[in-house]
Design a protein around this ligand. Structure first.
Ligand code: ZN
Length: 203
């Protein structure tokens, strides 16, 4: 399986990092080895002084497809999840400055938290899902999928122009504002609407 991540999909997050608003979705991949194993803590890697949490809504692909029209995109998933795209921000900034790929900052072991998935039918609309991240019981990131610059079905159309989507692939749909550094002993807890879908400890 593969993980396809979308960058810069919420206006407020683009502003907080002073990035340019892209003309098309920004895409990058994470390998399956980046998935944080269930019940394991997240260990801050020794090559970064500033690992940031990025909470993101996840879409699990259930059917193989390429060149999927947005009209039919809803047929390719029936589970929605929440996760964290851990980012070694200091390393990413250096790589961005040099115009180099971001993988070392985004695709390292443990950099992808994949929470519990809920059936799509749990939600009235996938374009109106509240989600938030708590750090040590305090809300640090909060948004609604209605605020995405590119909605889930548009993302599937765009991504599948470049990459064949296969069963079990996961799309990370981008983070809203509020990204910040994690520290040892932080507890990060994610919620889709009011349902807790992950809780992890940082070490
Ligand atoms: Zn992200």
């Amino acid at each position: 399986m593969k993980i396809i991540c979308v960058g810069r999909n919420y206006a407020a997050h683009i502003e907080e990092l002073q990035n340019e608003r892209p003309e098309h979705p920004v895409l990058f991949l994470k390998p399956d080895t980046s998935i944080l194993l269930k019940k394991q803590p997240f260990f801050i890697p020794d090559f970064s002084e500033a690992v940031h949490h990025e909470v993101e809504v996840l879409v699990k692909i259930k059917k193989i497809g390429k060149h999927i029209d947005r009209k039919f995109a809803h047929k390719y998933y029936d589970e929605i999840g929440l996760g964290i795209d851990f980012t070694a921000r200091d390393l990413q900034s250096q790589l961005k400055e040099k115009g180099l790929p971001w993988e070392k900052a985004k695709a390292f072991d443990g950099a992808a938290v994949v929470g519990k998935f809920l059936p799509k039918k749990t939600f009235e609309s996938v374009d109106n899902i509240n989600f938030h991240l708590e750090k040590n019981n305090e809300t640090v990131q909060q948004a609604n999928t209605a605020l995405m610059l590119w909605k889930i079905d548009e993302l599937i159309e765009y991504i599948s122009k470049y990459f064949t989507l296969k069963i079990g692939d996961i799309i990370f749909t981008g983070t809203p504002a509020g990204v910040a550094k994690v520290n040892p002993n932080d507890i990060l807890t994610g919620y889709l609407n009011d349902t807790q879908v992950f809780s992890i400890k940082v070490k």
